[in-house]
Design a protein around this ligand. Structure first.
Ligand code: C2E
Ligand code: MG
Ligand code: MG
Ligand code: MG
Length: 279
């Protein structure tokens, strides 16, 4: 695979591509070490219950605290993990860390449900699904406290297998959420077959909601569609108060976005939550 990357770079010679591919090559080798040596860290972003104005849910978002490069965002290394068969190890690390965090919050008297992101690779792996179910039992974490967020595209490549795996996870009590809804290529026919509990409307429809009438129409009809199908809705990418209020009026169940808080590491998240009115 490395030979293939190099060949392409020499064909269209471009110093930038060359530099990027060297960096990528280094990251591939370092990622394995990073997972083993606990260089990954989870940041937490609140999902506000809009009707109750309470925070009982968070999304865990992984970062790589690289010894030389500092904090690396997930968009940089998740695709590498996917291409180099390291998604299984990475997601298991994320879920294990989230389970520990669940107990740390319990000790503070905070009953928090945690959402983690699952990649297409994980969903194709039957062992992975069984591992999740067993891990929760072994770590004494109630299944109801764990949500798995899955993008539409994870379902598209093999819908039958995806439905089978999701059904198993949901039968065991996990909450399932479709992430980045509206940006993927799944059809409504596929979506209606998915055994899920929640839709997350992609931030691209939410960020400029009040400036853009088309976005308002899309979000409004998505809310209606989801509610008619019995699904809860989370709007991600809320960046101002007016958007939060608009979504609350339309009975959107949960809201997430920089207006409330950016994703924060544990201690900063706890400080933020402690001084908020949402506990
Ligand atoms: P996502 O799951 O859709 O997560 C939401 C992303 O939107 C996060 O970016 C979050 O910081 C960002 N966001 C939230 N609110 C706002 C807002 O108001 N404005 C703007 N501009 N952005 C907002 P982040 O943390 O960089 O993560 C990017 C993506 O990386 C995630 O998108 C998810 O697909 C992936 N990812 C993150 N952690 C994991 C993980 O543990 N496993 C896997 N498989 N993927 C992960
Ligand atoms: Mg997500
Ligand atoms: Mg999302
Ligand atoms: Mg996203």
């Amino acid at each position: 695979q490395h030979a293939k990357i190099n060949k392409r770079d020499y064909q269209i010679y471009d110093a930038n591509i060359d530099k990027n591919s060297i960096e990528r090559f280094q990251l591939i080798n370092e990622l394995k070490v990073a997972i083993e040596q606990n260089q990954l860290v989870l940041y937490y972003q609140p999902k506000l219950n809009l009707a109750k104005q309470k925070i009982t849910h968070v999304e865990a978002l992984v970062r790589w605290n690289h010894p030389a490069r500092g904090i690396i965002p997930p968009d940089t290394f998740i695709p590498i993990a996917e291409k180099t068969m390291q998604m299984d190890a990475l997601t298991r690390w994320v879920i294990t860390e989230a389970m520990d965090q669940y107990h740390r919050w319990q000790l503070l008297g905070i009953n928090m449900c945690i959402a983690v992101n699952i990649s297409a690779e994980n969903l194709k792996d039957e062992q992975f699904c069984h591992w999740v179910i067993n891990a929760l039992a072994e770590h004494n974490v109630p299944v109801a406290a764990m949500t798995l967020e899955i993008t539409e595209d994870a379902v598209v490549s093999d819908p039958e297998l995806a439905v089978k795996q999701l059904t198993l996870l949901r039968k065991n009590g996990l909450t399932l959420s479709i992430d980045d809804y509206g940006t993927g290529y799944s059809s409504l026919a596929q979506l209606k077959q998915l055994p899920v509990d929640e839709l997350k409307i992609d931030k691209s429809f939410v960020q400029k909601l009040l400036e853009n009438e088309a976005d308002q129409i899309i979000v409004q009809s998505t809310l209606q569609l989801a509610h008619n199908l019995g699904l809860k809705v989370v709007a991600e990418g809320i960046e101002d108060k007016a958007t939060l209020e608009w979504l609350t009026k339309l009975n959107c169940e949960m809201g997430q976005g920089f207006y409330l808080s950016r994703p924060l590491p544990e201690q900063q998240f706890n400080d933020w939550l402690g001084q908020s009115d949402y506990l």
